[in-house]
Design a protein around this ligand. Structure first.
Ligand SMILES: CC(C)(COP(=O)(O)OP(=O)(O)OC[C@H]1O[C@@H](n2cnc3c(N)ncnc32)[C@H](O)[C@@H]1OP(=O)(O)O)[C@@H](O)C(=O)NCCC(=O)NCCS
Length: 185
């Protein structure tokens, strides 16, 4: 899936990822403090990541975007993946890689912008997400956006050698409370 022009919010904007962004993606996904909350075991390498990007950049089943601050600095990455055009569903994933921007509501605004675009411009009818049960910031933010917890998958994943519970959440358009809404459901 492609973005024709950036999605602009009040303090951030979302734009298409390019090859020049990949060193940042690799650094963020390999950062131990960030990885503690991710559902990932792979250690990222730049060469393999460039190969991966070449293979997926025109894929219809995902959309990879950079989150930029108001000064056009890349501060994170957000994607729709597993886009299912038949059932009109997509999974949302996100990393705020620049820790100066943690605790400032960036996840809330970035997810809100992308979900609004997906519902209104791309006909997606359900967005889902999975998070580790100890990822309180993610769970609080998704609840604020209107996500509902659909299940807790007990001891679902082995991450860094330990088993972890995974929470599955989803969001329908009628439950969506976007960051800019005045009358929320
Ligand atoms: C998780 C992450 C996305 C959070 O983004 P963020 O925008 O900085 O989130 P915040 O720190 O503003 O926290 C969001 C909310 O959770 C609350 N919160 C965060 N940690 C909390 C804790 N330990 N206890 C209680 N509340 C907490 C915040 O107060 C905030 O509440 P508010 O919206 O009412 O102000 C970011 O830390 C990150 O990228 N982490 C690594 C990757 C990751 O976890 N990705 C998500 C995978 S699903």
């Amino acid at each position: 899936m492609k973005l024709k022009s950036p999605i602009v919010g009040s303090s951030i904007r979302l734009r298409s990822m390019t090859t020049t962004d990949l060193p940042l993606k690799v650094a963020w996904y390999n950062d131990p403090e960030i990885r503690r909350m991710l559902i990932v075991n792979e250690i990222f390498e730049l060469g393999k990541t460039i190969e991966w990007f070449e293979a997926i950049k025109d894929s219809q089943s995902r959309l990879d975007l950079m989150i930029e601050s108001d000064s056009s600095r890349p501060i994170g990455q957000i994607s729709l993946v597993n886009i299912d055009h038949q059932h009109k569903t997509a999974e949302i994933i996100l990393v705020i890689g620049d820790k100066d921007y943690w605790g400032k509501g960036v996840m809330f605004e970035a997810e809100s912008l992308l979900i609004q675009w997906a519902f209104e411009k791309r006909g997606i009818e359900k967005v889902w997400a999975q998070t580790r049960s100890e990822n309180v910031a993610s769970l609080i933010t998704m609840k604020k956006l209107g996500f509902k917890i659909q299940g807790s998958l007990g001891k679902e994943k082995i991450l860094a050698g330990q088993r972890f519970d995974i929470i599955h959440l989803d969001l329908l358009p009628q439950d969506f409370k976007p960051a800019n809404c005045t009358k929320c459901p």
